[in-house]
Design a protein around this ligand. Sequence first.
Ligand SMILES: NC(=O)c1ccc[n+]([C@@H]2O[C@H](COP(=O)([O-])OP(=O)(O)OC[C@H]3O[C@@H](n4cnc5c(N)ncnc54)[C@H](OP(=O)(O)O)[C@@H]3O)[C@@H](O)[C@H]2O)c1
Length: 254
Amino acid sequence: MAQQYLKGKVAIVTGAGKLNGIGAQSAIALAEQGANLAIHYNSSAAPAEEVVTKLRSLGVQAVAIQADASSIDFGKVLVDATLKAFNTQTIDIIVNNAGTAVLNAEGIKSVGAEDWDPVFHVNVRAPFLLIQAALPYLKEGGRIINVSSIIARLGSLMLPVYGASKGALNALTIAMSEELGPKGITINVVAPGPIKTDLSMEGSPIAVRLRNNQHIKREGTAREVAETILFIASPGASYITGQLIGVDGGIGFP
Ligand SMILES: NC(=O)c1ccc[n+]([C@@H]2O[C@H](COP(=O)([O-])OP(=O)(O)OC[C@H]3O[C@@H](n4cnc5c(N)ncnc54)[C@H](OP(=O)(O)O)[C@@H]3O)[C@@H](O)[C@H]2O)c1
């Protein structure tokens, strides 16, 4: 068997509590290459234990850490718990995958002022807080992967707040790449198209629009996104930073 290229690395994956989700599938892909995993969840406590069991069966150390991504101490809670769990002062890989959406089905008039903070706190502020808290422990070779969405670039009249939040995450990623590059740390966006998870939009007008724009006309799998995240986390991706990588079946832009 080939050498596991992430053997002994410490990875944090947020929103990884559900086996069918992009986060858990990414954690599994990283564990298959030997990484130890701190998986984060918010409400999916019991499913997160199933993910931990699966990860341990792959021969790595794994813990589940609960935290609400809308809380101000989200980053500190996750980083402190990870360092303690693995008795380390190093974090090698961060996958900011937790995300939430509000559907504004009737467009602009249906967007409430109260829709903004919950989505921006989870999708933008939480990834920032985690990176900020982890920075003292990220060394040369460190990898940060932020999971955005095709909606940031394609847009959707039903998802203006969600799209704006993922667009902000894209901009944040590019901004931070300038500071992190000289430290030998890469930071990139992986932007899924329609993926078969609990957040699937299949059957909605949004899915129809995405399908019309695709060259590979189907939903992707969480594993297909995870494979891209694994590559960006790998030593072979050392010269890739500040990039937006679509995993979307070839969606073109109008
Ligand atoms: N599926 C798609 O078609 C698609 C397309 C483009 C982008 N994405 C992005 O891919 C990422 C993963 O989504 P997914 O499709 O795999 O769906 P998912 O399984 O529902 O994963 C999203 C996770 O985010 C976590 N989360 C939500 N609100 C949170 C909060 N306040 N605090 C902490 N965690 C919170 C949830 O954790 P708990 O379950 O523990 O509460 C949930 O497991 C998201 O960022 C999403 O925007 C998905």
